[in-house]
Design a protein around this ligand. Structure first.
Ligand SMILES: [Zn+2]
Length: 71
């Protein structure tokens, strides 16, 4: 039995044939990209709800009125 055909994998990042050095990715670079995405997604989800909207407490409607001092 030969497993060689079973070992053929595509890089999940760029869809190139995966390399032996960084399976299942084609290179360590693509492995890095995937890891980065993974970590980002992991950390982004918990924080997304809390910081979605910032109430504009600083906006004062009265501040729009300007007095002209024509002397
Ligand atoms: Zn790749």
């Amino acid at each position: 039995m030969s497993d060689k055909t079973n070992l053929r994998t595509e890089c999940p990042i760029c869809a190139k044939p995966s390399g032996a050095a960084a399976k299942p990715f084609c290179s360590t670079r693509c492995a890095d990209i995937d890891l980065g995405r993974w970590l980002k997604g992991n950390y982004a989800i918990p924080g997304q709800d809390g910081e979605a909207t910032i109430p504009a407490n600083d906006s004062n409607p009265d501040a729009d009125i300007t007095f002209r001092d024509d002397d």
